[in-house]
Design a protein around this ligand. Structure first.
Ligand SMILES: NC(=O)c1ccc[n+]([C@@H]2O[C@H](COP(=O)([O-])OP(=O)(O)OC[C@H]3O[C@@H](n4cnc5c(N)ncnc54)[C@H](OP(=O)(O)O)[C@@H]3O)[C@@H](O)[C@H]2O)c1
Length: 222
């Protein structure tokens, strides 16, 4: 398949590229500073703060799917890039009639209201007592602005008319790929507090060929 991978130099992005190449896919890697990417990968430089739309549009042209692990390098200082960049990616895909997109959000985003979804559930149905009453408060105190931006990002996909899927992992680790993780639709994983970046990438690639995941938010955890 032809895959366009956005944020290809990030933690999850590098795993996406590596696993997609190993799987024999034709990969276009989009990054603001493409470097150290595997041989055979087409690289496209785009800074999504001020995206050059003709370049971004060319990067998604002819793709069977776009996978994005875009996010702020410092979520406490740079919140905003995920929604801003995702809007540009969606516009590029709409212009090129590319339909399939899979992005990374985060487990604590479910209860965050946005204009298109003003009354989300008060708690994620997958979160247990500790996570509802302690974990969510702590993580929102630290990363609330970023989660608000991810909620806007998710809404952008819901409103896009594209074939979207959102992956919502909990804490990411750099442990090696296991290929054995739990997933659930529209809820977090009970007792699932972390997941390797490599496994998130693995699952995103698997979902490209799972039409039942279209228009779904999917929780993932070890
Ligand atoms: N950290 C966690 O425990 C955790 C938990 C749950 C969910 N998440 C979500 O998962 C996302 C991905 O995680 P990760 O570990 O792969 O993140 P990461 O390593 O920080 O990667 C973020 C990627 O976004 C790119 N990026 C940032 N600003 C950009 C811009 N203006 N233009 C183009 N590219 C830009 C970065 O490019 P550069 O390589 O050039 O910097 C990098 O490739 C996070 O952003 C977060 O929303 C994280």
């Amino acid at each position: 398949m032809r895959l366009t991978i956005v944020a290809a130099t990030g933690g999850i992005g590098r795993h996406l590229v590596e696993q997609a190449v190993a799987g024999g896919h034709d990969v276009t890697a989009v990054a603001r500073r493409p470097s150290d990417l595997p041989d055979g990968v087409r690289t496209v430089a785009v800074d999504l703060t001020r995206p050059d739309m003709p370049t971004l549009t060319a990067a998604v042209r002819g793709a069977d799917a776009v996978l994005s692990a875009l996010g702020p390098r410092n979520p406490r200082a740079d919140a905003g890039i995920t929604s801003h960049g995702t809007r540009a990616i969606v516009a590029a895909m709409q212009a090129e009639r590319v339909r399939r997109i899979i992005i990374v959000s985060a487990a604590p985003v479910g209860p965050v209201p946005v204009p298109g979804r003003p009354t989300p559930p008060r708690h994620d149905p997958g979160d247990g007592f500790l996570m509802r009453h302690l974990g969510v408060r702590l993580t929102h105190a630290m990363f609330g602005r970023h989660y608000a931006d991810l909620a806007v990002t998710e809404q952008t996909l819901r409103d896009s008319g594209l074939d979207w899927t959102v992956s919502r992992p909990p804490k990411l680790t750099d442990k090696p790929l296991t290929g054995t993780y739990r997933t659930a639709w529209n809820r977090n994983i009970r007792g699932g507090f972390s997941v390797p970046r490599a496994d998130v990438a693995h699952h995103m690639l698997a979902m490209v060929n799972e039409p039942e995941t279209v228009e779904q938010v999917v929780g993932i955890a070890t």
